[in-house]
Design a protein around this ligand. Structure first.
Ligand SMILES: [Zn+2]
Ligand SMILES: [Zn+2]
Length: 329
């Protein structure tokens, strides 16, 4: 156990994930419950390697999946809920997820209708239509590595979760996904940050339509707001969703905000020099070395930064012949 988590009755199981950009193995946290069982914060990934790591972690703790009492999922990404269905079937434990990520964990977001919404939106951003293949591919991965859940309970912001050795508040911190939550053990000053705060990688606020024709969830606008909220908390230890626990959240957040600020300066300079541009025209200029399969990620980040600038009144959008362009006001 990590010393800081030990006193909380928390054991971390690192679970290998097949994506290098995730920032290390995904963490499943086993938290002692009052009756001798455990709660899970995140449930790893449903690959064979994922299952093996989770089973080995339980065995090392002298536990079995039948000892799970409650399953809390931080957000609807496959490396965080992928093994939840199996854990639920083995234990009968309820699974809690914030309402805004329910469609991801139940698979209801992966329909033909949703794909059509993405096609229409990506076209308006000026993106090539084959970008949709990446969305499709990602959905197939999701199906392979994460069985959809059928029975999910809502996890509400502000709820105080009581465990055997500590209590934690559910913080809704949208950004990385619309329904992302962190757990905040205020007395012990430990933040279970999942993918909201990672030591080595930026949290990729991805373009996410939910069920709307245009994003209601402005990923980076919301991420920055959430990060500023966490910056004010007196956190001593961050227990992240990937890799080892760490401290120094203020410096990390400041570095990250500075990094986005630079991106925004660069976008402003491009728009000043070139006039109105679509997000897809700007993306290769911001990420000249990005590979083809990273296009969804890089386009998301450019759009995110444009939305931040737009919210601050530093750029405006216009739409002409079905193409969305941004320019200086
Ligand atoms: Zn994630
Ligand atoms: Zn993750």
């Amino acid at each position: 156990m990590t010393a800081g988590l030990d006193r909380l009755g928390v054991r971390r199981i690192p679970v290998p994930v097949p994506f290098p950009e995730a920032g290390g193995p995904a963490n499943v946290y086993l938290i002692e419950e009052e009756d001798g069982g455990v709660a899970l914060f995140d449930a790893g990934i449903g690959t064979k390697e994922g299952r093996d790591a989770i089973h080995a972690g339980f065995a090392a703790a002298g536990l079995s999946l039948g000892d799970i009492r409650r399953i809390f999922i931080s957000h609807g990404h496959l490396d965080h809920y992928g093994y939840a269905r199996a854990a639920q079937e083995a234990s009968g434990a309820p699974v809690f997820v914030h309402l805004r990520d329910h469609d991801k964990v139940t698979g209801r977001d992966r329909t033909k209708g949703r794909l059509d919404l993405y096609a229409a939106w990506l076209t308006r951003l000026g993106a090539p239509l084959h970008l949709l293949d990446h969305v499709r591919l990602h959905w197939q991965d999701t199906h392979r590595m994460a069985r959809p859940l059928e029975q999910v309970e809502p996890l509400e912001a502000g709820t105080l979760l009581r465990f055997k050795r500590f209590s934690a508040e559910v913080l809704h911190l949208p950004g990385h996904t619309p329904g992302l939550v962190c757990l905040w053990a205020a007395q012990e000053r430990v933040l279970f940050s999942d993918d909201h705060l990672l030591e080595r990688v930026s949290p990729n606020p991805l373009l996410d339509l939910e069920s709307h024709p245009e994003p209601v969830h402005k990923a980076l606008v919301e991420y920055v707001r959430s990060a500023k909220r966490v910056r004010e908390l007196p956190v001593e230890l961050v227990a992240p969703g990937h890799a080892e626990p760490f401290s120094g959240h203020v410096e990390l957040i400041d570095r990250l905000l500075g990094f986005y600020d630079l991106r925004q300066q660069k976008l402003l300079a491009l728009l000043e020099a070139q006039g109105p541009r679509t997000p897809a025209e700007l993306t290769p200029q911001i990420f000249p070395r990005a590979r083809e399969h990273q296009l969804y990620l890089t386009l998301s980040e450019v759009m995110g930064n444009l939305e931040v600038l737009e919210q601050e009144g530093r750029v405006v959008r216009s739409e002409h012949q079905g193409l969305l362009r941004f320019q200086l006001p």
